[in-house]
Design a protein around this ligand. Structure first.
Ligand SMILES: [Zn+2]
Length: 494
């Protein structure tokens, strides 16, 4: 939890936070951006390297075409305008994990600009958050400060990551609360995941985020002095760090002091941010165009080819699913948490008799059990196909909701999918014709009105009788047999 700074709500009301986010996303190419080395995560240190990504003198970069396609696809998904000609530039700084002494990035002519995404607000409204730019760059290596036997004396360098393709996505300073920043990041990640250009795995560093935070008295046009919070490794911590930082800056202003422009780190154990370096020590990167690379040209034709690979994006998909399957916004939100899950759901829902029942089962029976076991929906023992099958069984009256719950419990206990458990455990079916006929007689006698309707030609009323028989037999009568006998007996006396 973020450390509470005991600010009163009234005090917070006086100020308006201004937040902008910079997100780095690693692209899922097989090889690096300027050489043929593998980008595989977790390889032994310094094994996926070559003269180019080691920054040896004379080695020349060759741009990975696939990385451009991925970057353009991400830019399109984020509603950016892709520049026909963008320029790679050298960003000069010294750091041990950057052997060349510069990072190849893009500066004044980035790949894409002027994008936006639209986040949902807690009041049900929506807000567009601008994306200033999206540019391509190479990742640096990694400094390893602990975990090795001589870590107390040395910092070790692993250059496997050096040259991994990145996109940096810079937002406009459009967010006004930590919650908006959280919503932006969540939707951003979801959108990128849908395009398939990154796995956005924060633990492995495939998605990293820095936050620029300032506050200003409400009504003031001019931005306050901002602090940059770096290297926060989860969305939850970013939200906490921003909340803490907003309160810290308000306290400084209330004390009549000035906020320092600086870079700060978030300590999640303490829930506080700490100063890392002030602006005076900040870098001047001396950008200049990279002389070893030609301008990058992505013409209209290539852009159109890439756009064809753009999938239906999460927001659009949710709206369509609500309309197509009669589910709620909340259902749609849960069911589109990943593209894979949404695909599975839609396949199941299209196959099932009642899509809404499939959604309900996911929300209630499935979600509750997953939560109890600490599993993500992707790890569920019951597949979406299994959910669809169970929904149909309940729908047809073949099993009761209670039996469904039991079967779900067994599936979770054994780690088995629904069809497997159902085949083994399915309720003993009553196949005794005489017994069923007797039940049918009673039902016919008890429902003369429906019998009349059926005999007058309303064939759909048969479903009512099937349901009654299933209810009377606790779902244990064999459905085909019930149908057959019902038709026969309803026809008698006609
Ligand atoms: Zn290499």
């Amino acid at each position: 939890m973020a450390a509470s700074t005991q600010l009163s709500a009234a005090l917070r009301e006086k100020y308006e936070p201004v937040i902008g986010l910079e997100v780095h996303v690693q692209l899922l190419t097989q090889t690096k951006i300027f050489c043929g080395c593998s980008t595989q995560f977790g390889a032994p240190p310094n094994t996926n390297v070559c003269p180019v990504c080691l920054g040896l003198p004379g080695a020349l970069p060759v741009l990975n075409k696939r990385s451009v396609e991925f970057a353009v696809l991400a830019a399109q998904a984020l509603n950016c305008q892709v520049r026909e000609t963008s320029i790679f530039a050298r960003k000069n700084y010294f750091y041990p994990d950057l052997p060349k002494g510069y990072q190849i990035s893009q500066f004044d002519k980035p790949l894409a600009e002027h994008g936006y995404i639209e986040i949902g607000l807690s009041d049900g409204g929506a807000k567009k958050i601008g994306i200033t730019r999206l540019h391509m760059e190479e990742d640096a290596g990694k400094s390893i400060h602990d975990g090795l036997s001589d870590s107390g004396v040395y910092t070790s360098i692993d250059l496997n990551r050096s040259g991994t393709p990145l996109i940096e996505i810079v937002s406009e300073p459009d967010m006004r609360s930590a919650d908006e920043a959280y919503a932006y990041l969540t939707l951003m990640k979801e959108t990128i995941l849908y395009t398939g250009v990154s796995d956005c795995n924060m633990e492995e560093g495939s998605l990293r985020c820095d936050a620029n935070v300032s506050v200003r008295p409400k009504g003031q046009q001019k931005f306050g002095t901002k602090a940059e919070i770096k290297n926060v490794n989860s969305f939850r911590f970013i939200r906490e760090a921003i909340e803490y930082e907003i309160d810290r800056q308000i306290e400084i202003l209330e004390a009549g002091e000035r906020v320092q422009q600086e870079t700060r780190l978030y300590n999640s154990a303490e829930g506080k941010t700490y100063s890392m370096r002030s602006k005076e020590q900040a870098h001047d990167y001396r950008y200049f165009p990279e002389p070893d690379l030609l301008p990058l040209v992505v013409d209209a034709r290539w852009q159109a080819q890439i756009r064809e690979k753009l999938p239906e994006l999460p927001e659009a998909r949710r709206k369509r699913m609500v309309a197509d399957y009669g589910i709620t916004d909340y259902d749609a939100q849960v069911l589109t948490v990943s593209k894979a899950l949404a695909d599975q759901f839609e396949e199941a829902a299209r196959a099932a008799k009642n899509p809404k029942r499939v959604a309900n089962l996911v929300q209630s029976e499935l979600a509750g059990r997953l939560k109890a076991k600490g599993l993500e929906i992707e790890q569920s023992p019951i597949s979406m196909k299994g959910v669809a099958m169970s929904a149909d069984l309940v729908e047809s009256g073949a099993i009761s909701s209670k039996i469904l719950k039991d079967l779900y419990d067994k599936a979770f206990a054994n780690g088995e999918d629904f069809p497997t458990v159902y085949e083994r455990e399915k309720p003993q079916q009553i196949t005794d014709t005489a017994a069923i006929e007797k039940i049918i007689e009673e039902i016919i006698a008890a429902n003369p009105k429906q019998v009349e309707q059926y005999r007058a030609g309303k064939a759909t009323i048969l479903g009512f009788f099937v349901g009654q028989v299933m209810k009377a037999t606790k779902g244990q009568a064999k459905p085909e047999l019930v149908n057959e006998l019902l038709r026969k007996q309803l026809a008698i006396g006609h």
